[in-house]
Ligand binder design. Sequence first.
Ligand code: SF4
Length: 155
Amino acid sequence: MRNQAAARPGATDTGLGTWRARLAICDGCDDCGPACVDGVPMSRAEYLRLKRYLASLPSADRARVLSQNKRLPWPGAPSITYVACPFRDVELGRCAVYPARPLVCRLFGHVEWLPCPSGKVSSPAASGVRLFQRYSELELKTFPEWEEIDGAPGS
Ligand code: SF4
């Protein structure tokens, strides 16, 4: 789940700047990519943003990613399989909607319950629990569930 945000020096411990600095640790790293499993929950605002971003991708890229076989062997245990997130580009090993990914994807590696698998993030964010508690008060659904509510073509 690669990061593209820039670190901002002098940020406070609870502010957005700290999160930018934290997320910069992930820059170019895809070690938590196998955690990109199907069924990621998101708010309606996140769904709409992701949908817009998806629509902005070149149609060939979008079709290539969405048509990939997402059933994959579990790393280190190939006899076990899992279904990857529909937005994971399993050929290139990256998130195809990275700038529009939901909050849970952004928090990966930075909160106690989603630790960094390679130990690059030394400690969980102090504000992570509070942030997620507030987020959990929103209505959260998967992308297909929001599509069904929206009456999207093909749903
Ligand atoms: S939206 Fe992107 S970062 Fe989030 S689970 Fe899917 S592929 Fe991974």
